[in-house]
Ligand binder design. Structure first.
Ligand code: IVH
Length: 730
């Protein structure tokens, strides 16, 4: 057997790799590529290639469950929900930080500690961002991640190991396999890209040491870091939730905190949490660097995510000058930071200074001014989104927040306005973080004059006057008129966007004109546009330069529209704008069904056999394809030749002992996690469904079964136990 070995971007051929060797190799590869993606933000392979590696790993693990070790990439998710969090005593107190508001307070801190130890006079400092997230402590024993805890009261935290395992930036084993060959040697470009943004001072990456210096960690190591959500991920998460009619989150910090405190790790796994580490709390059985600067490089060398904007300075004044530049550049960080931490570089010197209460003397948090202000809420406007969701938006008396004039802010949803009792005319507290849309925190009720008006959500769509509806289990109100012009504009914008049909040059102004002129009544009409239609719709704004003739714009656009007919099925499925069906779900649907005809004919049950599709999305898909006007759009697309077929139908496998059989699982199984049993059945060609129906062949019965058992009995579905399931496959 010849197995092609693909690792670290090299290809080499290896002969006669045993399955066990291949398995070990796969684990390392997946960890390595995970690190490239989630820690360095510099992937070497595509998502699809990565998915294939994971699928191969899971196939092997399904056949050899006894090979699986806790550091396998498959063990990040899948732990069963717990009842409560156990308490964990930290090996040493998890300290906080004293604050300094302004340079004077920082200088006063320096004076105080200089008096305690004269070596402070000549001390160097390290400056790092103060990330606004949740402090966690990660315990590694013999290189293996064994426990993770919240800070708690600083002495005792809560055991959130299962949740932290789902955070992909956290290494499950250190040092990360491949570190010696990986980022240290092949990745000068990525390092340069990362450091060039902040090039004024030497960076951690300049401290690169040769591969032989990849350290061996102490046998017991407790590392502290901050778990958070980047502003970009936060916005994307909220956008998805909003389009699905679900409640959006208020801010990244609360979302991260709430996600870490979920009893079901599967929920945590679905949130885009990440982490940066900055401290060793305790170590035994090995050396740890004696300066903060070396410590950060050392942690990085072990495979931990470490900030790339830390800098070292020979004096406090230099450190302060640097910190002050960050006050204006904080948006560049991409996450919420409420200040910068100034730390004595010499960790022993810092330690020797002791602490005051919970604040160590050797470091101080230089706080940035808060980006919250009050202003008057002039009006509440309602926007209509692509899926028809009505979203309230605050119109504010313009106000400056951290150097930006803010005129609008999000109010999340109508329930939020009611819960917070936000009234038009109120003084409201508004917060802005990074590039994220500012949001209204709440009213300043004390400032009311009595003239403020309680708000009532609209009973009709503000764009078309049509009916609005509320769906069971959702927070949003929808305009259900498919011909609503506001929805249509958003729909077309979505259809032509990059992740969908990718038709460049079709800007919102042209779209609006085409809709106004009655030339575009649905997305399929784009494929029937004539040159003169576009010419009439092209306004001056569309011409990038005065010289670009409208004829050329029209020709380019027609070419782009024609070219989009070649887009694969997954793109078209994503482009349709079905609630809850983004790029990832669309890709899975395209793989499972292979054509729009098959997808349109699928029942909610069948849809739910696709991983990641629950009852809500399945219902939304069935609903979408059931609507008359959508069927018309599909017919028109077909007539226009926009009807891609997927050549890679993965679907349930047609071979294997369980091929053609549908299973439902109830209760807890002794030898499988919930995900594990699903993978086992699928690996043997079977399908797994969430609910019992006449199409169910077997109910797999575990401890403490739910109502599925009664339903299966009522329908006469065969009931088997875990043992029998295994026998069917052996
Ligand atoms: S050092 C002895 N460094 O800020 C070490 N803390 O307000 C004390 N934080 O509880 C902490 N980023 O959760 C340190 N780069 C950083 C930090 C940081 C965020 C948090 C930490 C701490 C809080 C204090």
């Amino acid at each position: 057997m010849i197995v092609k070995r693909q690792f670290h971007g090299y290809n080499e051929c290896m002969t006669a790799l045993s399955l066990r060797e291949r398995y070990e190799q796969l684990k390392q590869e997946i960890h390595f590529h995970n690190y490239r993606y989630h820690v360095l933000d510099a992937p070497l392979i595509s998502d699809a290639e990565f998915d294939r590696l994971v699928a191969e790993l899971k196939r092997i693990e399904a056949e050899h469950p006894d090979w699986v070790t806790p550091d396998s990439p498959s063990q990040r998710a899948g732990a069963a929900p717990s009842e409560k969090f156990e308490k964990v005593r930290h090996p040493r107190p998890i300290l906080s930080l004293a604050n300094a508001f302004g340079a004077e307070e920082a200088r006063a801190w320096f004076e105080r500690i200089r008096k305690l130890d004269e070596r402070v006079e000549r001390a160097a400092f390290v400056v790092e961002p103060k990330i606004d997230g949740l402090s966690v402590v990660l315990h590694y024993r013999d290189g293996l991640f064994v426990q993770g805890a919240t800070r708690g009261d600083g002495e005792i935290g809560e055991d959130i190991t299962a949740n932290l395992r789902t955070v992909r930036a956290i290494p499950l084993r250190i040092p990360l396999a491949g570190m010696d060959r990986g980022p240290w040697t092949v990745d000068r470009d990525a390092q340069e890209a990362l450091t060039s943004n902040h090039a004024s001072q030497p960076s951690l990456f300049d401290d690169l040491r040769p591969p032989s210096a990849v350290p061996r960690p102490p046998s017991s190591l407790f590392v502290r870091g901050e778990v958070f959500i980047t502003l970009k991920d936060f916005e994307a998460l909220n956008r998805r939730l909003q389009e699905a009619g679900e409640k959006t989150y208020l801010n990244p910090r609360n979302t991260a905190a709430g996600s870490l405190r979920q009893l079901d790790p599967a929920i945590t796994a679905s949130r885009p949490l990440t982490l940066l580490v900055y401290q060793v709390v305790y170590a035994e059985g090995g050396e740890v660097p004696a300066t903060q600067w070396e410590l950060l490089a050392w942690l990085r060398g072990l495979g931990f995510p470490v900030t790339d904007v830390a800098r070292r300075f020979e004096s406090l004044e230099e450190a302060l000058a640097h910190v002050q530049t960050w006050e204006h550049r904080r948006d560049e960080l991409g996450y919420e930071a409420d200040g910068m931490v100034i730390k004595l570089d010499d960790l022993r010197l810092a330690e020797g200074l002791g602490y005051v209460g919970k604040d160590p003397r050797g470091a101080i948090a230089f706080k940035f001014p808060a980006r919250e202000v009050t202003t008057k809420l002039l009006a509440i406007e309602v926007e209509v989104g692509r899926t028809g969701v009505l979203t309230p938006r605050a119109v504010l008396e313009p106000v400056e927040i951290g150097g930006v004039i803010v005129r609008n802010a999000t109010l999340h949803n109508f329930d939020y306005i009611a819960e917070k009792d936000i009234r038009v005319g109120d003084r409201v507290l508004v917060k802005r973080a990074g590039e994220v849309i500012p949001y209204v925190i709440g009213p300043v009720s004390e400032a009311r004059s009595g003239a403020e008006q309680p708000y009532r959500p609209p009973e009709t769509c503000p764009a078309c006057g049509g009916a609005v509806e509320h769906f069971e289990g959702e927070v949003a109100w929808y305009c259900v008129n498919a011909a609503c012009p506001a929805q249509l504009v958003r729909n077309v914008e979505h259809f032509v966007s990059k992740g969908a049909m990718d038709i460049g040059g079709l800007g919102p102004k042209i779209v609006e004109k085409l809709i106004q002129a009655g030339l575009v009544r649905d997305v399929a009409d784009l494929y029937f546009l004539r040159r003169e239609d576009i010419l009439a719709a092209v306004t001056k704004k569309e011409r990038k330069t005065e010289k670009e003739p409208p004829g050329k714009i029209a020709d380019n656009l027609l070419a782009a529209i024609a070219e989009s007919k070649k887009q694969p099925l997954a793109r078209l499925v994503a482009a349709l704008g079905i609630r809850g069906v983004g790029e990832v779900v669309a890709r899975d649907l395209a793989q499972a069904f292979g054509s729009l005809d098959a997808l349109a004919a699928a029942s909610a049950e069948q849809l739910q056999t696709v991983e990641g599709i629950g009852p809500n999305i399945a219902a939304a898909i069935v609903d979408w394809f059931g609507r008359e006007q959508n069927r018309k759009v599909l017919e028109k697309l077909k007539a226009a030749g926009v009807w891609p077929q997927s050549s890679t139908v993965h679907g349930p496998s047609s071979t294997g002992a369980l091929a053609g059989l549908t299973f439902v699982v109830t209760g807890t199984l002794a030898g499988f996690t919930r995900e594990g049993v699903k993978e086992f059945i699928e690996a043997h060609g079977g399908k797994v469904s969430d609910s019992v129906s006449r199409n169910t062949d077997y109910l797999v019965l575990g401890e403490a079964p739910g109502s599925k058992l009664q339903k299966a009995q009522a329908l006469g579905v065969k009931i088997i136990e875990e043992e029998e399931l295994r026998k069917m496959c052996s």
